[in-house]
Design a protein around this ligand. Structure first.
Ligand code: SF4
Length: 406
């Protein structure tokens, strides 16, 4: 979008224009279905004369281009994940190499996702991402600092660091895990007040990051570390390079190093061969560990992955039942943890206003996936993107209700 703007093209996000570019996901069944439905909706609009052209890019297009060309011929052109210059050309624009970090964001003004590397070198058996995004390539620290300064100049106060694998950052270009040094540079960027870490792979997690997090108030006490499972049999088959014992040791170390930390994880249930015993172990571990945030997904059998060689032997209904059981346990934990917050004080960033409420987040909450803090808007005026101090008055499973304090 930044490239198009620099070519004097008007760009809108999720509003209709005359040329539509659909950025697709091709990761698991649900995402593929959503992407295909979106393409079909816009092809219909094209056939009704509501839009002139439909272009499709992103992971689904990278993974299934020949099939898509055959199945949905009314799309004007499909592009792979590395074909941005070709896509720009089709839109009548030139790729400008000099535009380091020049972006148009689609998130609320106060936060932005900062992608610190692309691709992944891990061998996780269930995962199709390396097939679509290629090998791990870290973006150098200097470029990320430039991008962050530009984002801050446009009003961004919170950087949400993402990558397929944050843990691996730097190994390719600096020959060492370098996330801690990147953080030390990013905290110096004027205007950035929060930096949040998503998608840290557990194996080889750089422990020095915890020190930076503890010492620097700008690094949110928050870590998203997808653990996927806890049974050694399943972890081994998933090729995660870790075990139950190592995982628990790492979690203990994280909590001991940063006692205030909120840990988010994601799990996969219904993986080929996941026995009742494996699943019961997972449930009791979730109960015992009491993650602050947790998401659970049903295994999706993806062609050309290592796990595709196994029999996808857990019926769909059982997979969903297992997802439901884990999420029920987590709802109860989340409710209990939220009740403990009543009476506590937090710094909150205001993301938006909806009806009678301003809606914000604490440093322990990432947008879209975690708790939100609701502040009654009837007698106060707050600016979007403003930080305020609140006290929590009430709490439900996934929402907090708060009043402003000085
Ligand atoms: S680390 Fe993440 S992106 Fe990389 S292969 Fe494993 S699950 Fe996929």
């Amino acid at each position: 979008m930044g490239q198009l703007k620099a070519n004097n093209k008007e760009v809108v996000h999720e509003e209709d224009g005359n040329i539509v570019v659909i950025n697709t996901c091709g990761f698991i069944d649900n995402a593929k279905e959503e992407s295909v439905n979106t393409i079909l909706d816009y092809v219909n609009k094209k056939n009704n004369g509501e839009v002139d052209k439909v272009f499709v890019t992103g992971c689904l297009s990278e993974r299934y281009k020949p099939d898509l060309i055959k199945e949905i011929p009314d799309v004007d052109q499909f592009f792979g994940t590395t074909e941005l210059p070709v896509l720009l050309q089709a839109l009548g624009a030139d790729y400008k190499h000099e535009l380091i970090g020049e972006r148009l964001t689609t998130t609320p003004k106060n936060y932005a996702y900062l992608k610190i590397s692309e691709g992944c070198d891990r061998p996780c058996s269930f995962c199709a991402i390396p097939l679509m995004r290629g090998k791990h390539i870290s973006t150098p620290i200097e470029k990320l600092v430039i991008e962050s300064k530009k984002l801050a100049a446009n009003g961004v106060k919170e950087l949400i660091l993402i990558a397929q694998d944050l843990t691996y950052y730097g190994l390719d270009i600096y020959k060492k895990r370098n996330l801690a040094n990147l953080l030390r540079e990013l905290v110096k960027v004027d205007g950035i007040e929060w930096i949040r870490l998503h998608y840290a792979f557990p194996t080889g997690f750089p422990i020095d990051v915890l020190e930076v997090m503890k010492d620097n108030p700008k690094i949110c006490n928050y870590l998203d570390i997808p653990l996927q499972h806890i049974s050694d049999t399943v972890l081994k088959s998933m090729r995660r390079g870790t075990t139950e014992k190592k995982t628990n040791k790492l979690l203990d170390l994280i909590k001991k190093s940063v006692p205030e930390i909120a840990i988010r994880t994601t799990l996969i249930v219904g993986y080929p061969g996941e026995s009742k015993k494996d699943f019961e172990l997972l449930k009791s571990w979730v109960k015992k560990t009491r993650f602050d945030r947790l998401g659970c997904f049903a295994y999706s059998h993806e062609e050309n992955t290592h796990a595709y060689n196994h029999d996808d032997n857990i019926p769909k209904g059982v997979k969903q039942q297992r997802v439901n059981e884990i999420m029920e346990i987590q709802s109860q934990i989340s409710w209990e943890l939220n009740q403990e917050k009543i009476g506590s004080k937090y710094k909150v960033i205001i993301d938006r206003k909806s009806g009678n409420y301003y809606i914000g987040r604490t440093e322990h909450d990432s947008p879209d996936v975690d708790n939100e803090v609701f502040i009654n808007a009837q007698n106060i005026y707050l600016k979007i993107g403003e930080y305020v101090n609140v006290v929590i008055d009430e709490a439900s499973d996934f929402d907090l209700y708060a009043s402003i304090i000085d």
